[in-house]
Write a protein that binds this ligand. Structure first.
Ligand SMILES: *[C@@H]1O[C@H](CO)[C@@H](O)[C@H](O)[C@H]1NC(C)=O
Ligand SMILES: *[C@@H]1O[C@H](CO)[C@@H](O)[C@H](O)[C@H]1NC(C)=O
Ligand SMILES: *[C@@H]1O[C@H](CO)[C@@H](O)[C@H](O)[C@H]1NC(C)=O
Ligand SMILES: *[C@@H]1O[C@H](CO)[C@@H](O)[C@H](O)[C@H]1NC(C)=O
Ligand SMILES: *[C@@H]1O[C@H](CO)[C@@H](O)[C@H](O)[C@H]1NC(C)=O
Ligand SMILES: *[C@@H]1O[C@H](CO)[C@@H](O)[C@H](O)[C@H]1NC(C)=O
Length: 237
């Protein structure tokens, strides 16, 4: 995690530091920090994290499965108040703007972290029936597309793909293609593609997973890791 702090110079005796923005990968546990540095002990009226609604107050224990807050005071000079918000198993429903707000006798400070989420892929299945092959990719985000090929041949235009979105903002893609002959030795391949933002803040459409069919009705799943994606990107440039 990129955690940039300038020198701890205190203007007005009170400074607040947060990460301005964070791009999370689905499923990760993420800790957002809100650090307050003060010359003196603070007389805190209210200090809290909120997104669309309040999440937790300073030194408050919350009973939620996906959020956890931690409050640590360091009585050094200057005083340090570390107020972190951990989000477990980050999902698209967690994206948003997280505000850290402090109201103290010594002053008022507000700061925020913009959280975005990408690279969600849940269970995938492939099946064959009635001379058709179907690939299903569940719990995907952002909105995906499905590309088909047989060897180097691009068969996407022959496939029918349906993408639906559930209440949690996750997509399911179901894609079907007609097979040529029941025992064709050719290997059909369906790939799940989605926009992925890389480390240089460039968004590229990238295959994140693919499923293969073979004559023996076997299904092989391939995952494309970050390394492979980077190699593909370099080859494309
Ligand atoms: C996230 O935290 C939970 C609970 O501490 C743990 O079980 C899980 O393995 C963690 N996940 C990752 C991706 O680190
Ligand atoms: C936390 O919530 C669960 C269910 O919502 C409840 O059973 C449990 O008693 C709560 N625990 C505390 C410490 O509030
Ligand atoms: C308090 O801050 C000092 C200086 O930054 C550090 O050395 C010390 O470990 C901290 N103590 C706690 C309990 O975090
Ligand atoms: C607490 O805040 C200080 C000041 O921003 C920071 O240097 C330190 O790493 C933080 N400690 C923790 C445990 O986050
Ligand atoms: C994925 O599929 C396996 C086996 O079909 C099942 O046990 C598991 O619960 C599924 N996971 C999710 C997140 O749906
Ligand atoms: C295959 O064709 C589809 C349109 O039919 C296109 O969107 C896709 O980019 C092509 N894929 C490759 C790998 O050429």
């Amino acid at each position: 995690m990129l955690w940039l702090l300038s020198a701890l110079s205190i203007t007005g005796g009170l400074e607040m530091y947060t990460i301005p923005k964070y791009l999370a990968t689905c499923g990760e546990n993420l800790t957002l920090k809100c650090d307050v540095v003060a010359e003196e002990d603070l007389d805190i009226k209210r200090f809290y994290w909120m997104e669309k609604k309040d999440i937790c107050d300073w030194e408050e224990k919350i009973n939620e499965t996906d959020f956890e807050c931690e409050s640590v005071t360091n009585k050094t000079t200057p005083r340090i108040y570390n107020f972190s918000l951990t989000i477990y198993n980050v999902q698209p429903k967690h994206k948003g703007t997280y505000h850290c707000k402090l109201r103290a006798k010594e002053g008022v400070r507000n700061d925020k972290t913009i959280l975005r989420v990408q690279k969600c892929v849940g269970n995938s299945t492939a099946s064959k029936a009635n001379g058709e092959a179907t690939c299903t990719f569940k719990d995907v985000f952002p909105r995906p597309s499905v590309v088909w090929n047989r060897g180097l041949e691009n068969l996407t235009h022959l496939a029918k793909t349906e993408v639906t979105e559930n209440a949690e903002g996750l997509f399911t893609a179901v894609s079907t293609i007609k097979l040529e002959g029941p025992s064709t030795p050719d290997r059909y391949n369906c790939s799940l593609e989605m926009p992925v933002e890389n480390m240089n803040n460039v968004t590229v459409v990238q295959a994140v997973q693919s499923l293969s069919f073979s004559g023996g009705y076997m299904v092989i799943a391939h995952w494309f890791g970050i390394m492979l994606a980077m190699v593909l990107l370099m080859l494309m440039v």
